[in-house]
Design a protein around this ligand. Structure first.
Ligand SMILES: Cc1cc2nc3c(=O)[nH]c(=O)nc-3n(C[C@H](O)[C@H](O)[C@H](O)COP(=O)(O)O)c2cc1C
Ligand code: SF4
Length: 484
């Protein structure tokens, strides 16, 4: 994780937690309408991938435990992690690209309903992503992966060289010389790992994305509805396909890139296909970025226009994140893949406790407020969810009172203490285990290890029924709250 050069260290915020009566009168614990769905309170656990699905993308007992544990804290809504819409192998990421995934997803819905006593609404985030490879060994890349062409021969000054001879000559070059011979993309594939982009329209499967994605998203949304979810979230944020279409870096020339109205075209077509399939009664929203936080990426001005367009199209809610891009990711080690939360944009997405003078708390609030205000200015009333470094009642209540957002996303704080919602609601806010924004959890995510929080993953390990991580060292869910 990138850290700002100021390296100012922050400790968790303290709060005058409300009494039960104050909580009952608060905005945070008041209901809100999201399309056809009512949330009992304005609290929301945004999507977080915990790496608990089976290797072929099915719901496991560990997935059930994970969401069941959040449900016992009874937040207004939980959004299930980014779940793949295609029927292709994608490691232990949850999938919804075929009907065979339905029984597991139904169990998940049932578990959350039971554990929350029916108080928590459950949505699922659906995602498409493009191919990314691990960073190769230099020799392997030059001997096997690089597609030799005449540009290389020319750069080496001998048009008659065989492919093997080109490879041999390239292997003998030092890095500076090699960078002169390889194209920018080849150099990137060698030093970062090969990564597809939506602008790679010379590749047929990328060119045809606008043809295939509406149907893929619509079928996935239909499965979400069939499995009993209360709604679906289209993942238009961070480093993935739909965010890349929206991005100012999208220069496709087929009517789906360039000016903003073209970049919006596929996201709107996907939404139209989803809406047509699931109907008006099934809540559909999306998550997108208030700012991309990369050079040449979407600014708040772009995102404001995007927000208004998505609201006008009839989305039931908009959830704002920020950053989280591949474009400024750190170089991975050989054998590892780039991770989109390691650069400045990653810090903006999941700000850590080592920060700049602004600190890790509420960095996404003002941009979200600006987008919400433009949506209201356009005469649209849809709820807006904000997330990013929010972990006290006062933070949440103040920004609701100031009409900066309508629903409060609490991700890592809910991971640190899934009972945050019940504790605060019942006047026991002083017992909350406060997130320290160390990003230990995010480090596990980066390594595709089962995500836990260091504040609780070694506690009461020997209690009966405690499920442990693969290395047997950590518990996989937070200990139960014993009311003091
Ligand atoms: C382990 C982990 C996994 C995450 N996975 C997702 C995801 O699947 N989809 C998504 O939109 N955001 C994901 N996020 C980002 C969070 O939803 C949230 O936007 C971010 O952590 C900032 O909010 P916070 O400060 O309340 O944690 C993830 C965050 C963490 C820590
Ligand atoms: S590991 Fe725990 S304390 Fe650290 S950022 Fe994640 S949730 Fe917060």
């Amino acid at each position: 994780m990138w850290k700002p050069p100021e390296r100012i260290k922050y400790t968790p915020l303290s709060d005058d937690w409300p009494t039960r009566e104050q909580a009952a009168r608060s905005l945070l614990f008041s209901p809100v309408q999201v399309g056809a769905m009512t949330l009992e309170q304005r609290t929301w656990v945004p999507a977080m991938v915990p790496w608990r699905a089976s290797d072929d993308g099915f719901v496991t007992e560990e997935v059930l435990d994970w969401y069941g544990r959040f449900a016992r804290g009874r937040p207004g809504a939980i959004v299930v992690e980014a779940t793949g819409i295609r029927d292709v192998p994608s490691g232990p990421l949850l999938r919804i690209g075929h009907d065979r995934f339905l029984p597991g997803l139904r169990q998940l819905v049932e578990r959350v309903r039971q554990e929350s006593g029916g108080h928590t609404r459950l949505l699922i985030q659906i995602i498409d992503f493009l191919g990314i490879r691990r960073r190769p060994e230099r020799s392997k890349y030059l001997e096997r992966f690089l597609q030799v062409n005449d540009r290389h021969r020319q750069a080496l000054g001998d048009p008659a060289l065989s492919d093997d001879a080109v490879r041999e000559r390239l292997l003998a070059l030092d890095d500076d010389q090699l960078q002169q011979v390889l194209s920018e993309r080849e150099w990137e594939s060698l030093t970062m790992g090969q990564r597809e982009r939506v602008t790679d329209t010379h590749l047929p499967h990328i060119a045809e994305l606008p043809l295939v994605l509406p149907e893929l998203f619509a079928s996935a949304a239909q499965r979400a509805r069939d499995a009993g979810f209360d709604g679906v979230e289209l993942h238009y944020a961070h480093a993935y396909t739909m965010a890349s279409f929206l991005s100012a870096t999208n220069t496709r020339e087929d009517g789906y890139g360039g000016p903003l109205e073209n970049r919006l075209r596929l996201p709107l077509e996907v939404f139209a296909a989803v809406r047509e399939r699931v109907g008006r009664e099934f809540p559909v929203g999306c998550r997108f970025l208030s700012e991309e936080c990369i050079e040449g990426g979407n600014t708040l001005e772009d995102s404001t226009r995007i927000g208004v367009a998505l609201a006008q199209a009839g989305m039931d809610y908009l959830s704002l994140s920020r950053g989280g891009k591949f474009d400024d990711a750190k170089q991975p080690k050989v054998g590892e893949a780039a991770y989109p939360y390691t650069g400045v944009s990653g810090f903006e997405c999941m700000p850590g406790y080592i920060a700049d003078e602004f600190g890790p708390f509420g960095r996404n609030v003002e941009p979200t407020a600006a987008i919400r205000s433009a949506i209201r200015g356009a005469g649209l009333a849809i709820p807006v969810v904000v997330a990013g470094g929010i972990h006290t009642f006062t933070q949440a209540e103040t920004l609701l009172a100031e009409e900066k957002a309508d629903i409060i996303g609490i991700a890592r704080q809910a991971l640190a203490d899934p009972d945050w919602f019940e504790k605060v609601r019942s006047g026991c806010g002083g017992q909350v285990r406060m997130c320290e924004y160390t990003n230990y959890c995010e480090g596990l995510d980066q390594k595709h290890k089962q995500v836990t929080c260091n504040l609780w993953d070694r506690l009461e390990l020997d209690e009966p029924g405690v499920r442990r991580s693969r290395d047997n060292k950590r518990r996989l869910t937070a200990p139960e709250w014993r009311r003091e």
